[in-house]
Design a protein around this ligand. Structure first.
Ligand code: DCP
Ligand code: CA
Ligand code: CA
Length: 628
């Protein structure tokens, strides 16, 4: 259930950016002949031409939709280009898309606090950058306004007027605007500049929403697509929400939204204004009631998190129709593949970003024999995550068996599994400068597995059962494309990737400079469309900014702790490191060598002796950046 957070006193400028038909753009960059063409990316599958997962705007004009199969898309748009998602281990391999997303994050994060929200979405807090622009070069006293910014959609302004750009320019430069809207105007200019930069450096277009909070920014970022941005002035919030169907809000898409409609007759967010806060609390409890009351007024205190890396890693696959899995052996074979990929990804996250995942969760969808039309709920199951492919595979299978038992009892047949996924979550940062822990949490390939204390335990399923919400699996679908993205896995190749980037960009730099001069994305797209038809071999080039990501990942350590523990006993900023101790799962600690376990246990439940340990001989001395 959503909870209202206290809203900051100071006005903020928040942007939400979402890449347009993302996977298609990635494929178009690999094969420029696809630019401007009706194109869709399909999941590898021999059933009715595979499932579409991304559709270009040219194909959308023909009525092609993501829900279609390849054969259906060809029927409505015979000229469509269908590109297969790369495949590895018999399932979609999304690394190329994750990497491409990371390139964009690296650019966007230069302007303010940046939260990677999904494989192709980012929130930015641009308050400081906007304030700086307002004090140093306010739009009202600038002769030149960045052209792309004048193409913004401003909710207050009519969008079809012939002098629209002039009107937008006048809005951006209003001397009589209130402080909040002046900041928003600066935010709109900054976002326009960032979007042009993203296009120049990655060849990707994106759309954006700019508002005073995350909720409003997200609501409007997809309003004008592709390659456009939308601004929500304070004065237009009420009108905008008045007509917004409740189901369009992310948190109201499910049961809560249905209850609002059925029980209170609320159809639009604006309809909520007819209820007092007390009344809403009476129906939905104190927290959700207050959240609804505030939402109706466009108030949201949710902060942009400082996080360039994903919150979790997920791997999954669906088994539609005749492909459903009906035996333990078939399930095990697939779980092994999924766990192998998951293990690689968390290992890479550990190596590149010094992040440790603590919880392994298994989600599945299942149906029962003779009830083919009803997809029953297979309970999600979690346990402490043990590093090493074999252990993850073993635990995942136990989680499956436990879930199957709840779902189906002890019988061996009569069920079929239509989707499986494994997720590694509750990830915490190991502070930068730490090396020791990496020696202990290694996969079997490192040859270090013998140093891991084998807890010789089967995972204790009980405390974790059912603690994962269904929203976590919202994106699991055929061959799983859970846009809980990850960084480029191969973090050792950053210099190689940069070389790739240089080579790749050379060919388009002339065309891109046009965009820079004009500052307009649409102009660039229409003028230089043909440039992308030049035959260049982009295949196999994965260009990313991994270097940036891995270093920022490491330096991120401790920046977003809730309860922070400073093991070195030094609270001065800069030299201290902090850890979300309450987030550390004690069972995961069981994986570590005994002396380290004892010390970590000391942080979790501080013992009398913990502070008497000699500095330099304990894990905290490794964790301390200065190793003093
Ligand atoms: N994706 C997926 N399966 C889904 C949803 C999305 O595999 N059910 C992948 C493919 C998309 C990418 O994630 O390209 C981003 O998803 P979006 O919902 O942002 O959709 P697009 O970027 O494709 O289109 P839009 O321009 O509407 O944002
Ligand atoms: Ca998108
Ligand atoms: Ca998206």
């Amino acid at each position: 259930m959503p909870v209202a957070r206290p809203e900051p006193q100071e006005p903020r400028v928040i942007a939400h950016l979402d890449l347009d038909c993302f996977y298609v753009q990635v494929e178009q960059r690999r094969n420029p002949a696809l630019r401007g063409q009706p194109t869709a990316v399909v999941q590898y599958n021999d059933w009715k031409g595979g499932g579409l997962i991304a559709v270009s705007y040219e194909a959308r004009k023909f009525g092609v939709k993501r829900s279609m199969r390849g054969d259906e898309a060809k029927h409505v748009c015979p000229g469509i280009n269908l590109v297969q998602v790369p495949v590895s281990r018999d399932k979609a391999d999304l690394n190329v898309y994750r990497s491409a997303g990371s390139e964009v994050v690296a650019i966007l994060s230069t302007k303010g606090k940046c939260e990677r929200a999904s494989i192709d979405e980012v929130y930015l807090d641009l308050t400081d950058a906007a304030k700086e622009m307002l004090s140093e070069s306010p739009p009202e006293s600038s002769e030149f306004i960045f052209e792309e910014a004048t193409k913004s959609n401003i909710l207050d302004l009519t969008s079809d007027a012939s002098d629209r750009e002039e009107n937008v320019k006048a809005w951006l430069c209003r001397a009589d605007a209130d402080y909040q809207d002046k900041l928003l105007a600066c935010g709109a200019i900054i976002v326009a500049q960032l979007r042009v930069k993203v296009l120049e450096e990655t060849q990707f277009t994106c759309s954006a929403g700019i508002a005073h909070n995350k909720m409003l920014a997200k609501l409007v970022s997809g309003m004008h697509k592709p390659a456009q941005q939308t601004v929500v002035p304070s004065s237009s919030v009420q009108d905008f929400l008045a007509s917004l169907p409740v189901k369009k809000m992310k948190q109201l898409g499910g049961k809560l939204g249905s209850s609002l409609q059925d029980d209170l007759g609320v159809e639009t967010v604006g309809d909520l204004l007819g209820f007092t806060e007390e009344k809403l609390q009476e129906y939905y409890g104190v927290n959700t009631g207050t959240w609804l009351w505030k939402t109706a007024r466009g108030i949201s205190g949710e902060e942009v998190e400082d996080r360039l890396l994903p919150k979790s890693h997920g791997c999954g696959k669906t088994f539609p129709g005749p492909k459903a899995l009906k035996t333990n052996t078939a399930v095990k074979s697939w779980l092994d593949k999924l766990c192998e990929e998951l293990s690689e990804r968390i290992q890479s996250d550990l190596n590149c970003n010094k992040r440790v995942a603590q919880t392994l969760t298994l989600h599945a969808r299942a149906s029962k024999e003779n009830e083919c039309n009803s997809v029953k709920k297979f309970p999600s199951k979690s346990c402490p995550l043990r590093y090493g492919t074999g252990k993850i595979q073993e635990d995942a299978m136990k989680l499956f068996e436990s879930g199957l038992h709840d779902f189906w009892g002890y019988r061996n047949t009569g069920w079929s599994i239509t989707s499986l996924s494994v997720t590694a979550s509750k990830i915490f940062d190991i502070p930068s400068g730490t090396n020791s822990i990496l020696r202990y949490i290694k996969g079997p390939s490192s040859g270090a597995s013998s140093t891991i204390v084998d807890p010789s335990s089967t995972p204790d399923l009980t405390p974790f059962v059912g603690n994962v919400t269904q929203t976590d699996i919202a994106h699991v679908h055929e061959e799983q494309c859970q846009p809980s993205s990850s960084i480029k896995e191969d973090c050792d190749n950053s210099s190689l990737a940069k070389q790739c980037g240089a080579t790749e960009e050379k060919g388009v730099s002339k065309k891109l400079s046009k965009a820079q001069e004009s500052g307009s994305i649409l102009k660039f797209l229409s003028q230089s469309q043909s440039a992308f038809h030049e035959k260049r071999n982009f295949d196999g080039l994965i260009c990313s900014n991994q270097g940036h990501e891995s270093s920022s990942g490491a330096s991120e350590a401790g920046q977003h702790g809730k309860t922070n523990i400073n093991t070195a006993g030094d609270h001065s900023a800069g030299n201290t490191w902090m850890l979300n101790v309450e987030d550390i799962d004690p069972d995961v600690v069981g994986e570590l060598p005994l002396e380290i376990q004892r010390e970590i246990q000391g942080w979790i439940r501080p013992s009398k002796h913990a502070s008497t340990k000699k500095r330099g001989s304990t894990i905290s001395s490794y964790f301390s950046p200065s190793r003093r």
